[in-house]
Design a protein around this ligand. Structure first.
Ligand code: ATP
Ligand code: CA
Ligand code: CA
Length: 132
């Protein structure tokens, strides 16, 4: 895969059990392999960065998810695309829309911008692009 663009970094309060704030960003990739191979690569990167976690949705050092792949909808035992919780999470929706402002939800044909009002109450801060 090739990295095309990286969104700003966003800080948000964690959901689930009490834990520190999270930092989130989206990467726009040019995918040249099967999405399942990308998922496996993301898993290896998580391991390499010392991912450790005791409980579901508990604190972890790194979480790499596939949010959206163009107009594709995919449902396999290990991979669902778009990410099933994308539309309810400001920390996923905002960075995605920064990279692809006109992204469309494949199943409904709805632009993802339509989901923004529903996540407006979520506490999130755009930190900019600290790597530039
Ligand atoms: P959430 O899915 O709510 O963001 P999570 O990221 O903490 O929670 P994980 O424990 O990291 O959940 O992942 C559980 C499983 O989800 C993974 O083993 C993977 O097979 C599966 N999965 C399904 N769809 C996706 C996707 N789009 N991106 C990443 N993992 C996915
Ligand atoms: Ca996740
Ligand atoms: Ca994950």
């Amino acid at each position: 895969v090739q990295v095309v663009e990286i969104s700003a970094l966003y800080r948000s309060a964690a959901l689930g059990p009490p834990q520190p704030d999270y930092l989130n960003a989206a990467l726009l990739l040019e995918l040249r392999s099967d999405p399942l191979e990308l998922l496996a690569l993301l898993g290896r990167l998580e391991q390499r960065h010392g991912r450790l976690r005791r409980e579901r949705w508990g604190p972890r050092t790194l979480d790499l998810d596939i949010l959206w792949i163009g107009g594709s909808a995919l449902d396999s035992p290990t991979l669902t695309v778009p990410h099933p919780r994308l539309t309810e999470r400001a920390f996923a929706l905002l960075p995605l829309l920064e990279l692809v402002p006109d992204a469309i939800e494949p199943a409904s044909g709805r632009p993802y911008t339509k989901y923004l009002p529903a996540v407006k109450h979520q506490e999130i801060e755009r930190l900019g692009e600290p790597w530039n």
